[in-house]
Design a protein around this ligand. Structure first.
Ligand SMILES: Cc1cc2nc3c(=O)[nH]c(=O)nc-3n(C[C@H](O)[C@H](O)[C@H](O)COP(=O)(O)O)c2cc1C
Length: 181
């Protein structure tokens, strides 16, 4: 069983901290984990060519854009569960995470039925960010397992939230249970 975390923050901040705590618990519960920091990857924008929709390319996970998504596609297809993490930007998910999601066009049918959780952090209000994550999960027919949201501004400020770690651990445990369901 393997869970992949996708971090949509462009900095080493609260989202990454939350995902690491969640994945620590997931690992403790016996699943393998990997954290993909989108900020470290070269991922171009989807150019809308839609060649991924013809000739069975989607089944094979083929995209004509040659960048770091090429090594991420097989990982996504093989993973059993996911944790999406995003800071709130203008009441929505971050552009970094949305860009990644657009580029999953060649493989999204492979995500069907896989459980997914979200971690979301904002300075003042979560806005539509959780709804954004759920919309993506819904379109991909993934199983939404739950989310942890919190408020923080500066990097690592999230650690001040007394019970956020507990909530992340609980969500991690729930995610592992849902892998087995
Ligand atoms: C471009 C930008 C837009 C933001 N928009 C919002 C917002 O709409 N609402 C909010 O509460 N916080 C907003 N924030 C604050 C971040 O969500 C907050 O600093 C968060 O802790 C960042 O997470 P990170 O440390 O993982 O990058 C914004 C920050 C940036 C840089």
């Amino acid at each position: 069983m393997k869970v992949i975390g996708i971090c949509g923050s462009p900095r080493k901040g609260n989202t990454e901290w939350m995902l690491r705590k969640l994945l620590e618990k997931v690992a403790e519960e016996g699943a393998r984990t990997e954290l993909i920091l989108l900020r470290e990857k070269q991922i171009k924008g989807c150019d809308g060519c839609l060649t991924c929709e013809v000739g069975g390319s989607q089944r094979k996970g083929l995209c004509r854009i040659q960048d770091d998504m090429q090594m991420i596609y097989p990982k996504l297809m093989e993973a059993d569960g996911f944790a999406f993490g995003t800071p709130v930007y203008f009441d929505m998910l971050s552009g970094l995470l949305k860009n990644f999601m657009d580029r999953t066009c060649p493989i999204w049918p492979h995500l069907e039925s896989k459980p997914v959780v979200g971690v979301v952090v904002a300075e003042a209000g979560i806005g539509q960010a959780v709804a954004n994550l759920k919309a993506y999960a819904g379109i991909c027919s993934m199983r939404w397992v739950g989310q942890v949201t919190t408020l923080a501004k500066k990097p690592r400020e999230v650690a001040r939230d007394a019970d956020v770690e507990l909530r992340l651990e609980r969500l991690g445990r729930k995610l592992v249970r849902s892998l087995k369901a």
